[in-house]
Design a protein. Structure first.
Length: 431
């Protein structure tokens, strides 16, 4: 990564007249963040816990329960015209130490998840390319990470075009499944009633993690035109679009597969029922395209957590600097190096351990920051806005109590301790 052409623009933001990201591209980023690899397999997991109509209801109700969370991000996102999302929210409400730790946990989780997805994509592609199981897969993963990082390094404008294209490509086979389902009369097939003994809470937890991703929209607010309007629309719009898409897809799976809970690749299998072998292959290919889109989106947003935590009153190794093309080049170089390191370590199945904790932390911090800033009447907020934080905090507390494992808590604790040590390297910003 070449970081020599770094300019000292305002930390983590770009002048409004040069911002390349528009409303449709930002909406595509949010949809790309939500519609990842998980939805290709989640219907089976959820149906095993809540069979029949229960799976459809779980996706519909959980999606609606997350709307207040998206609204909390939207209300704050329109008032902070800089990269960072939850990091800058926490800085305004609680100060530098809290925002640093929030940003650090979010960053560690993001680059670990990126490493795991890149490695998984390489493992899926390697056999078709004739590569060996060990060295070949790691070389391919390194190459994928390098190519995607190069795309991101070329500028936010190029990245926006790339993630928008990949989002469209990943949605096309899913739209094909919905169209085949509708043409075949599937929506009129009676669904198996939901069972009274369904594990609704566990099903809701599984669905909730399938809906994660809309929270990344405010992370690039400093690169968005008219961010005060575009960020809230894209945040809430991406979630609502995903709810409609997911409910339709799960409905198609439930109607097509009597034993959905045992299906290894439910979307592909349902596509075979409603559209034949060609559509089944197309949807199967969509899994890899979706993973590629997720990898690119994460490499766009992940370095911005790092640059944001270094952009307050204290600097960290110059990681906050942006290039003229709107890229936090030093933060991207560090992120690329870490991803390459981790994809070459071997088994990455444990790298998602921090993911759910980090996302719930962002939910909780954003909601609490909204309540605090609303009570202060800061940023044009009113005390009435504080009520919007309540459902988010209740949902977050429920998920932590019911879903967080001891392993996740341990990884989170180690990450926080590492963040406290890293804070010692920060220096007060001159001037």
């Amino acid at each position: 990564m070449n970081c020599s052409a770094v300019t000292a623009l305002t930390p983590a933001t770009t002048p409004p007249q040069t911002r390349p990201v528009g409303p449709w591209q930002l909406l595509a980023l949010g949809v790309n963040g939500i519609v990842g690899v998980g939805i290709f397999f989640a219907p089976a997991e959820v149906a095993a816990l809540a069979p029949g109509r229960g799976a459809v209801l779980a996706f519909a109700l959980t999606g609606l329960a997350l709307v207040p969370v998206a609204l909390a991000f939207a209300v704050l996102g329109r008032r902070f015209d800089a990269d960072g999302g939850p990091v800058v929210f926490a800085r305004a409400a609680f100060g530098e130490r809290a925002s640093f730790l929030v940003g650090w946990v979010a960053y560690v989780s993001a680059f670990l998840s990126t490493s795991a997805v890149v490695a998984g994509l390489a493992r899926a592609l390697a056999p078709s390319l004739g590569l060996s199981e060990a060295v070949g897969q790691r070389a391919l993963a390194t190459g994928l990470a390098t190519v995607l990082a190069a795309v991101v390094a070329s500028g936010i404008r190029v990245s926006a075009r790339a993630w928008t294209t990949l989002t469209v490509l990943k949605l096309l086979p899913l739209a094909g499944l919905l169209a085949a389902f509708a043409v075949a009369g599937g929506p009129h097939v009676p669904l198996v009633p939901a069972e009274s003994g369904a594990s609704w809470l566990r099903a809701g937890l599984a669905v909730m993690f399938a809906y994660q991703g809309f929270e990344i929209v405010p992370v690039i607010a400093g690169q968005v035109r008219s961010s005060e309007r575009t960020v809230p629309l894209a945040t809430v719009g991406s979630l609502l679009a995903a709810v409609g898409l997911y409910v339709g897809l799960v409905w198609a799976c439930v109607a097509a597969l009597p034993r959905l809970g045992q299906a290894a690749a439910p979307l592909a299998a349902a596509s075979g029922v409603w559209g034949g072998a060609r559509l089944e292959q197309w949807v199967g290919l969509g899994t890899s395209v979706s993973a590629l889109g997720i990898c690119l989106g994460m490499l766009v947003t992940t370095p911005r957590y790092l640059s944001a935590l270094a952009s307050g009153s204290r600097s960290l190794l110059g990681l906050e600097h942006m290039t003229a093309a709107g890229v936090p080049a030093r933060a991207l170089a560090v992120t690329w190096g870490l991803v390459v390191l981790f994809v070459n370590l071997g088994d990455l199945s444990e790298l998602f351990a921090l993911s759910s904790i980090a996302v719930l932390l962002q939910y909780g911090v954003t909601a609490t920051a909204l309540a605090v800033l609303a009570r202060r009447r800061a940023r044009g907020l009113r005390p009435a806005h504080a009520w919007l934080a309540l459902p988010t905090l209740v949902l977050g507390a429920t998920l932590v109590i019911s879903g967080a494992s001891a392993r996740e808590a341990g990884v989170a604790s180690v990450t926080v301790l590492a963040g406290l040590g890293l804070m010692r390297l920060t220096r007060a910003r001159e001037g």
